[in-house]
Design a protein around this ligand. Structure first.
Ligand code: SAM
Length: 253
């Protein structure tokens, strides 16, 4: 979350993170690629920029407004480059068995009611020998420098525990193994920021979590304000540090 849009304005940390994911997935010229949970299409924009000779690129999302936004994004930034945006549900993918060489599903499984069914569907539509990358943050692993650890714990735990499944990152390996992939390689990408300002992720995700906790009345505004001031002080004295674990499962069919 808070990284679905990373081009306008450009978020260098998220672009580097995506390049790492795409490199893990071993995308090559001519391969067919499916992105499950594409949101507004920034991932497709990056894939087509970095791999213009990809064979077929299909982006899928359940939300019709996001499907429209992705189409608009790709018409503007990748016209004529051979992409499709499809409305559909990860739990019931509208593709035949053994269709794609590569599948990526990032920051999406938390929102899917039956994440095991979604993983089974990705395995079904993947070609034998193909690779799927399941990725999700584990939001409980977020670290900010602050002397107010009491407030930080309230903030991070409050956010993690009030989402659909804020700790799904640590469950990805079990999900992938349960659906019968031939190989599942689990790893963690650690996103690190040393600045607490736009366009870095730490500032954007802090603002998103703050809005979420205030809207749901899960933390007192005074507590959030005191936490934010304490983090801004670490940014001023040069000791600011943020990290979050992005869990990755590279699965071969
Ligand atoms: C947090 S966004 C992640 C977007 C992007 N993959 C990324 O990494 O930034 C989650 C996306 O999953 C979509 N989504 C949620 N449930 C879905 C489902 N059952 N099938 C397909 N897409 C779904 C949402 O509409 C949203 O666009």
């Amino acid at each position: 979350m808070a990284q679905e849009s990373f081009f306008d304005p450009e978020m260098p940390d998220i672009i580097s993170q995506w390049r790492y994911y795409l490199n893990c997935l071993q995308i090559r010229d001519g391969l067919s690629v499916l992105d499950v949970g594409c949101n507004q299409g920034d991932t497709e924009r990056l894939i087509l920029q970095d791999y213009p000779r990809i064979g077929r690129l299909v982006a899928l999302d359940k939300d019709p407004r996001r499907v429209q936004a992705a189409r608009r994004c790709l018409q503007k930034h990748a016209d004529g480059l051979g992409w499709e945006v499809v409305e559909g549900d990860a739990q019931n993918l509208p593709f035949a068995d053994d269709t794609f060489d590569r599948i990526v599903c990032a920051e999406t499984l938390e929102w899917v009611p039956d994440s095991v069914q979604a993983a089974a569907e990705m395995r079904r539509v993947l070609k034998p020998g193909g690779l799927a990358l399941l990725q999700h943050s584990d939001f409980d692993t977020q670290v900010y420098t602050t002397p107010r650890l009491d407030l930080l714990r309230q903030f991070v735990h409050g956010f993690t525990d009030s989402g659909p499944d804020g700790v799904i990152g640590r469950k990805l390996m079990g999900i992938a193994q349960s659906v019968g992939f031939a190989e599942v390689a689990s790893s963690v990408y650690v996103l690190i920021n040393t600045e607490f300002a736009e366009p870095w992720y730490a500032a954007k995700v802090f603002a998103m979590m703050k809005d979420w906790l205030l809207r749901k009345e899960l933390m007192a505004p005074e507590g959030i304000a005191a936490l934010e001031i304490s983090i801004q002080e670490t940014a001023r004295d040069g000791s600011f540090f943020y990290s979050v674990n992005r869990n990755l499962c590279l699965c071969r069919k």
